[in-house]
Design a protein around this ligand. Structure first.
Ligand SMILES: *[C@@H]1O[C@H](CO)[C@@H](O)[C@H](O)[C@H]1NC(C)=O
Ligand SMILES: *[C@@H]1O[C@H](CO)[C@@H](O)[C@H](O)[C@H]1NC(C)=O
Ligand SMILES: *[C@@H]1O[C@H](CO)[C@@H](O)[C@H](O)[C@H]1NC(C)=O
Ligand SMILES: *[C@@H]1O[C@H](CO)[C@@H](O)[C@H](O)[C@H]1NC(C)=O
Ligand SMILES: *[C@@H]1O[C@H](CO)[C@@H](O)[C@H](O)[C@H]1NC(C)=O
Length: 409
């Protein structure tokens, strides 16, 4: 709160531009808004303050009309002056705390305002609202809560055929019709860098790319798809859909090659035939369907390196994510429940540290020392061996975000 007030005061006093150039991340956003000039972010910061506390009304408002999720957002999203980062997650069952920790990690490190799209089972909505509204003092995010839904034509069929929550993410381009681009993440993701960083990859897409994911494995000898899959999959080892960046405008426009008909099909038309054809052969649900789609349309996928989706698989059998060792771990993905059991204590320690901390600067700084001690206890495990990389990454992210000279804050 105080930080933002100071920012506004500063930008009135001496102009926001010099400030912007001080942060590399904001410099990126300036580049993206080329032509628009430096007035844009300034205007956004101001309207951001003005819109404080609105998250509450909005969350409540959009949770109501179950049949038309997202309708209440349509106009406000269209009129956004600054490019917002849209982050989506699907939370079911016991995933409340995990999802909130993921959202918190996004808020702690990110620079641009965030728009959360939370798809959750109805019984979780009140808890989400309670916590997210209590964070509204941050004024750096908005959220919308949606029920788990499917496009009406064959909603019943999808519900019958598949676990509803598991396939929800496939329908995001069809449900969030007014949103151009979206970062989808699983609930067991933790951001160790600003969300802005991965968002900036959208600008690197060439003209045929519509989505971005990381490989499922770096090492084919331990890969799952190349050893066991009974369906086509992307590339050498398949892709992991736990972190998926989408240009949904392009996904909605594209006609996809497929092995069901000789004509190309749109996103909304390909999913059901695909599921019908492969339902007996798929193991990992919607991730398998995505692998089949991008097997047939490889020119449409942007593959980002493993450090954007760093899983226990990358360290359990020895370190096999080279980029993470060289440049850091940007997004942690604690799949297989490792935040909640004792199999990978290094992952668990990072999860708990972020879960426990609160948003005050001092608190975020003081997270590092105990975490380092905790991680040192894990060096006997494979993933614990690289604990210094975790600490280095977190230290850097906290410095980038919080340790700016006082006059810049
Ligand atoms: C947040 O929501 C409020 C109310 O709908 C809106 O006025 C504001 O512009 C939104 N801000 C962003 C960045 O989405
Ligand atoms: C499913 O797997 C079986 C056994 O490997 C294979 O014979 C069959 O062709 C597969 N089905 C499809 C649709 O690929
Ligand atoms: C997504 O693709 C559309 C159509 O090519 C383009 O206009 C839009 O700028 C892209 N979005 C982003 C964030 O790059
Ligand atoms: C975009 O990149 C993909 C992956 O490298 C490639 O297959 C595709 O041909 C590229 N498209 C264009 C238009 O260059
Ligand atoms: C987080 O809090 C729990 C319970 O309050 C505590 O047992 C645990 O040691 C804390 N962990 C870290 C890493 O701060």
């Amino acid at each position: 709160m105080r930080r933002y007030l100071r920012v506004v005061v500063l930008c009135l006093a001496c102009g926001f531009c010099s400030l912007l150039y001080a942060f590399s991340q904001l410099a990126v956003s300036l580049e993206e808004g080329a032509g628009g000039g430096s007035g844009k972010p300034q205007a956004a910061a101001a309207s951001w303050l003005a819109g404080g506390g609105r998250g509450a009304g909005r969350g409540a408002g959009s949770a109501g009309p179950a049949a038309h999720p997202g309708r209440s957002d349509r106009y406000s999203l269209k009129m956004q002056p600054v490019e917002e980062v849209h982050l989506a997650v699907v939370a079911c069952g016991e995933r409340l705390e995990e999802t909130l920790t993921m959202l918190k990690s996004a808020l702690i490190f990110s620079i641009k305002p965030l728009q959360f799209h939370i798809f959750a089972e109805d019984q979780l909505h009140d808890s989400f609202k309670g916590i997210l509204n209590s964070w509204s003092f941050l004024q750096t995010f908005n959220y919308s809560l949606y029920p788990i839904t499917f496009p009406s034509e064959n909603a019943a069929e999808w519900k019958k055929l598949f676990k509803p929550c598991a396939s929800q993410r496939l329908f995001l381009p069809l449900i969030l019709k007014e949103v151009d681009s979206l970062l989808y993440v699983d609930t067991d993701i933790l951001f160790l860098r600003p969300v802005d960083d991965i968002w900036s990859l959208l600008k690197k897409f060439n003209s045929t790319q519509i989505a971005a994911m990381a490989p499922e494995h770096e090492e084919p000898r331990i890969g799952w798809y190349n050893r066991f899959a009974r369906h086509p999959y992307y590339g050498k080892t398949g892709v992991n859909s736990g972190v998926m960046l989408m240009n949904m405008t392009r996904m909605r426009r594209k006609y996809f090659k497929n092995d069901m008909t000789s004509v190309r099909l749109r996103w909304g038309d390909i999913l059901m035939p695909l599921l019908k054809k492969y339902k007996l052969n798929i193991t990992w649900g919607d991730q398998d369907l995505l692998n089949i789609i991008f097997f047939h349309n490889p020119e449409s996928l942007f593959v980002f390196p493993c450090q954007w989706n760093y899983r226990p698989d990358h360290c359990i059998y020895g370190s096999n994510c080279q980029e993470a060792e060289e440049e850091g771990i940007f997004i942690l993905h604690g799949n297989r429940g490792v935040y909640h059991d004792d199999k990978q204590p290094a992952f668990r320690a990072i999860y708990e540290a972020l879960r426990n901390c609160s948003f005050e600067d001092d608190n975020i700084h003081s997270l590092l020392k105990p975490l380092e001690l905790e991680l040192q206890k894990t060096v006997h495990t494979y993933c614990g061996k690289i604990y210094k990389i975790f600490i280095k990454q977190l230290t850097k992210s906290i410095q980038d975000r919080y340790d700016r000279p006082p006059k810049e804050r």
